[in-house]
Ligand binder design. Structure first.
Ligand SMILES: [Zn+2]
Length: 432
């Protein structure tokens, strides 16, 4: 039972920042002694490390893959199964929960974990990405073809309406659910995320796109810096005011697109602020991922955790880990599962093919997940063909387990000095 603040005076105390911590474990550059060729190929020193994030709801051993539960549910998977498959934490989205059911409902329920029956650590992302991408729908609304940087900023595609408007105070946006107009600002995002009650929250930032001009990126980065300061002020005001709640850590979000000087400046500016950790966000092209993560982690304080927002492809995960990202999240494992795609050491396959009709083996031989231990490809193929919801559940369990275990194994490989061999063998098989 949660303690009643009226009868338990100690639970009415303000939350303490010291209830959140990060401890660096082993360093990849020391356990694996990379060759000069490997360092040169990486573009610089390897910054990978293991570590432990301690939150009021338990520890996260890093590197760790964080399961995405956007609307306070990992789609189609019971929270008990999410724990059983080894996921250490769940990341929900402030924008979605603010619109539905409303952050006050989660507050009344005792916070995100209690509301969704998840006992472990939780994250919320600030809503900035969704406000500016779903709200403005930039993939659909902003003309993605104008990537030659010659056109105007945010060229809106013909016949589309821009649904998010950024100003110094915050953002006006229209709900993707019903078109209602809403306001998000650093202060509103902090209030919403405090009500949602996740262990780790992200500062409200402006998402730019790769086709914004250099001038706009500079202007936006300064605005994100000012918003970061406002987030910290509001965060500590709420931490003092909302007594009897566990401490919620606040991560600053690093923007700066593909520009080295802007990324490094953002890291120095936000690194000097009283954040508990950092998120590396914004527009990233696959080929620049490792370079950008390394620029950021060369500047960010070593003793604070770094989260990379939104990656799950095996090659991207290894790139992120070796360049010093501690946690990452992605919707892919459950999203592709709903289209019957499953991860396998030999690549990603689609179970809808007729060849699986009489395949009575598991999704992956030797996998320890609940789906592989108990169900055949033939059965799950049948479920998918019959449009039975259980197919999404079983494939999601397997896919989440696949990515969680790959990252867990990468952590063990950093510890025992076999990271580069493990990476080479995993990627050779997966992409052959
Ligand atoms: Zn499995």
């Amino acid at each position: 039972m949660p303690a009643n603040p009226e009868t338990n005076p100690s639970s009415a105390l303000p939350a303490k920042q010291s209830d959140f911590s990060f401890r660096v474990g082993k360093r990849l550059s020391e356990t694996c002694s990379p060759s000069p060729e490997q360092v040169a190929e990486n573009g610089g020193a390897f910054l990978g490390r293991t570590g432990t994030i301690s939150t009021p709801h338990g520890e996260i051993q890093t590197p760790a893959f964080i399961a995405v539960g956007t609307k306070a549910t990992v789609k189609a998977v019971l929270p008990e199964a999410v724990a059983d498959l080894g996921a250490q934490a769940v990341l929900a989205n402030a924008y979605h929960l603010y619109l539905q059911p409303g952050a006050d409902i989660l507050d009344e329920a005792g916070g995100l974990g209690a509301f969704m029956n998840w006992q472990g650590p939780t994250f919320t992302d600030s809503g900035g990405f969704q406000v500016m991408s779903l709200g403005s729908g930039f993939k659909k609304v902003i003309d993605m073809k104008s990537v030659d940087h010659s056109g105007p900023d945010d060229a809106v595609a013909p016949g589309k309406e821009r649904l998010a408007h950024v100003d110094e105070e915050g953002v006006w946006f229209k709900s993707h659910l019903n078109g209602d107009k809403h306001r998000f600002s650093p202060e509103i995002s902090m209030n919403v995320q405090h009500q949602i009650g996740a262990d780790i929250m992200f500062a409200f930032d402006e998402l730019t796109t790769l086709q914004n001009s250099r001038g706009y990126q500079e202007e936006s980065l300064e605005r994100t810096r000012r918003w970061a300061e406002r987030c910290i002020t509001e965060h500590f005001r709420l931490t003092g005011e909302r007594t009897g709640k566990p401490y919620q850590a606040l991560f600053g979000v690093i923007q700066g697109a593909q520009y080295e000087d802007l990324r490094r400046k953002a890291c120095r500016d936000l690194g000097a602020m009283n954040f508990d950790g950092f998120g590396i966000g914004g527009a990233l092209e696959k080929e620049n991922l490792g370079t950008i993560v390394r620029w950021c982690n060369e500047e960010l304080p070593e003793d604070k955790p770094r989260h990379l927002l939104g990656i799950s492809e095996p090659d991207d995960i290894f790139t992120a880990i070796e360049n010093g990202a501690d946690t990452f999240d992605c919707v892919s494992p459950t999203r592709v599962a709903r289209n019957s795609a499953f991860y396998h050491p030999d690549g990603r396959f689609n179970l809808s093919g007729a060849k699986y009709k009489r395949d009575f083996g598991p999704l992956q031989e030797g996998c320890d997940c609940y789906a592989c231990q108990n169900y055949s490809r033939a059965y799950i193929h049948h479920l998918f063909k019959s449009k039975e919801m259980l197919s999404a559940t079983l494939i999601s369990i397997h896919n989440e387990r696949f990515v969680v275990k790959m990252v867990d194994d990468a952590r063990l490989a950093i510890e025992d000095g076999s990271f580069f061999e493990f990476k080479a063998e995993t990627l050779r098989r997966y992409y052959s």
